[in-house]
Design a protein around this ligand. Structure first.
Ligand code: 7PJ
Length: 284
């Protein structure tokens, strides 16, 4: 079973990521008041850098910095408040010479622009370029790839979720192309947990392979989400075994990048998955 499409993702500064059989793990670095650090003070920025180092030590290939909690029911934050959280952390990561490429989790064009100027090399837009389409111009201007996630609260719930998702993502791809961002610069993400029922989240995981028609690399974010917690009746801290199951299943369906809190454990599970589909790496 050989399911992984091979993609080369060019990053600004001459680096690139190989997306294919080897799964990439994106470590989550939340800088919100409900996480361990909100980035606002020097100590907070230092704590965030320490956590990023820990994630990289566990094998993270990428670090995703986010200043707005998009969990259901969370308050939206303004541009300035989001900048106040993420900029000190991005500056501190750059000053620290952090090895892994950093992505900025934002749907705001202005935040994305500032973040990229401070060293972020990927834009992770949970609104799929459809909240502030100017964010596509920011990405094109700086030559950074974008993650377009599906989040469509206005979706017709009588229609098939995956078909609607493909239509939504095609629209996002059109916005990208109009801005001068080629498809090769775009990663797609089905947006687990975003305006989806428990049944829909599991149907999506079952049907993940259908998204390959778009021809883009695929990122999934299921880590500690309620699709696991509600099924198992577990708190956020107890959802790692369930998360690992979703990572392995998504890998087998051809996913390339895994956005997780628990990098080491997911990394190990993905290495075993890689060895199962394609054989162990030479020399091991
Ligand atoms: C996702 C994300 C996701 C991408 C969040 C949480 C909610 N970005 N940002 N995909 N989820 N690309 O982590 O529970 O699934 S915030």
């Amino acid at each position: 079973m050989m399911v992984h499409g091979a993609h080369r993702l060019d990053l600004p500064g001459g680096d690139h990521l190989e997306l294919g059989r080897r799964a990439l793990v994106m470590g989550i670095l939340n800088v919100t008041p409900d996480s361990f650090s909100d980035g606002g003070s020097h100590d907070d920025a230092a704590r965030a850098v320490a956590h990023a180092r820990l994630l990289i030590g566990e094998g993270a290939d990428l670090i995703d910095v986010g200043g707005e909690s998009t969990r259901p029911g969370a308050e939206p934050v303004g541009v300035q408040a989001e900048l106040d959280r993420v900029m000190p952390v991005l500056d501190a990561l750059a000053a620290d010479g952090i090895a892994a490429p950093v992505s900025i989790d934002t749907y705001k064009a202005l935040v994305a622009d500032q973040a990229v100027q401070a060293g972020a090399r990927i834009i992770n837009d949970v609104r799929g370029l459809q909240r502030e389409p100017e964010i596509a111009d920011v990405a094109a201007l700086h030559g950074v790839p974008v993650i377009i996630m599906h989040w469509d609260e206005a979706r017709d719930r009588d229609r098939d979720l995956v078909s609607e998702m493909i239509r939504f993502l095609e629209q996002s791809l059109q916005i990208a192309e109009r801005a001068g961002l080629s498809r090769q610069r775009v990663i797609i993400d089905p947006g687990f947990g975003f305006a989806k029922t428990l049944d829909e989240n599991y149907a999506l995981l079952r049907r993940l392979g259908e998204l390959h028609v778009l021809g883009c690399p695929l990122l999934v974010g299921t880590s500690r989400k309620s699709m696991i917690g509600r099924l198992l009746d577990k708190t956020a801290g107890e959802r790692l075994p369930g998360t690992i199951a979703t990572s392995v299943l998504a890998y087998c369906a051809g996913a390339h990048i895994f956005r997780v809190h628990d990098v080491g454990a997911n990394r190990d599970a993905l290495r075993v998955s890689e060895a199962t589909l394609y054989g162990p790496p030479a020399g091991s």
